[in-house]
Ligand binder design. Structure first.
Ligand SMILES: NC(=[NH2+])NCCC[C@H](N)C(=O)O
Length: 317
């Protein structure tokens, strides 16, 4: 069955602790001029309206900053992803900060409430905090906790405000959208104890950069996809900070010891050959933090374009 591909721009950055990731899609579009000038003419994106004006005000929610605005974005993302999937499209999301992915997962489950959803998260971070455990209050560290419906109260460090708890519960929704055993990490190398506790408790696999290099990308991808063998549909979330800061520091929370560009591209392309994938997301490109011109967005485009073209070719077959 062939699907139309739809690029969705979520230029929201409320979940990050530094400013500028809302400019990531624009920076990628500027990068495209060097490599394929008419790419975004041939594949125009739809852009969600954002609420980034929340940044003009101080946030009074300390343990999940600007959660009111982020909850609003979650709803918008959920609705657009749901609609795209119901229209038989393949959504490719380019988002600012990674909190968006919680909304994406909500949208996928809205479209396919009865299908078992597996998630592969290529990232330097586990993004499993809740407002009760977050060390920073930055909501881009929390999207997977909403997806697996996890407050992690046994590791509670914070006393979130009532308003935070209200929005948080709305964002989690009534049910788990992803089972913790249906989650695989690739490249995670910066976590805090509350996240380690959840990863150990549910034995969530994390293929480190070293393991990927030792065992080879094909083997790791196969193992990840086999592990998710009971899942009927899959979602791939790609944070550019899974790559090494030597590529570029144009991302909010760079962590040394990441993948190089070729490895990242091969991982993503190898995984996406599995026809169970119905959605792809790329996040955290921040041109304001880039010390090498527009290098991060250029790298991101050199990954995004082949991803788009591979999915398009697969859908035509
Ligand atoms: N999507 C990201 N870049 N997440 C970074 C999270 C960093 C840290 N674990 C925190 O919660 O603050």
């Amino acid at each position: 069955m062939s699907k139309q591909l739809q690029i969705i721009g979520v230029t929201s950055e409320l979940g990050a602790g530094t400013r500028g990731s809302s400019l990531g899609l624009d920076a990628m579009q500027i990068a495209s001029l060097q490599y394929d000038r008419s790419f975004f003419l041939r594949h125009p994106e739809i852009r969600l309206e954002t609420v980034n004006h929340h940044l003009y005000q101080e946030t009074d929610l300390n343990y999940a900053k600007r959660l009111d605005g982020i909850a609003e974005m979650y709803n918008r993302i959920e609705n657009v992803v749901n609609q795209s999937l119901r229209d038989d499209q393949f959504p490719l999301i380019v988002a600012g900060d990674h909190s968006s992915a919680g909304g994406t997962i909500a949208g996928i489950k809205k479209a396919f409430p009865n299908k078992r959803l597996g998630v592969i998260w290529v990232d330097a971070h586990a993004d499993l905090h809740s407002p009760y455990t977050s060390p920073s209050g930055n909501v881009h560290g929390m999207p997977l906790a909403t997806a697996i419906h996890e407050d992690n109260l046994e590791c509670q460090n914070n006393q979130p405000e009532q308003e935070t708890i209200w929005h948080w519960n709305e964002m989690k929704g009534p049910n788990q959208r992803v089972l913790p055993q249906d989650l695989v990490y690739i490249g995670v190398r910066s976590t805090e104890t509350p996240e380690d506790v959840i990863m150990e408790k549910y034995e969530i696999p994390n293929y480190t950069v070293e393991e990927v290099r030792e065992q080879g990308i094909a083997a790791i991808c196969k193992e990840s996809l086999d592990y998710l063998g009971d899942c009927e549909i899959l979602y791939l979330s790609f944070d550019v900070d899974s790559m090494d800061p030597s590529i570029s520091e144009g991302t909010g929370t760079p962590v040394p010891g990441g993948f190089n560009e070729e490895e990242a591209r091969e991982i993503v392309l190898t995984l996406l050959k599995d026809p169970r994938f119905i959605c792809f997301e790329m996040v955290e490109i921040n041109p304001l933090l880039d010390k090498k011109g527009n290098s991060m967005a250029e790298t991101a485009f050199r990954i995004f374009k082949p991803v788009y073209e591979q999915i398009e070719a697969q859908e035509q077959n």
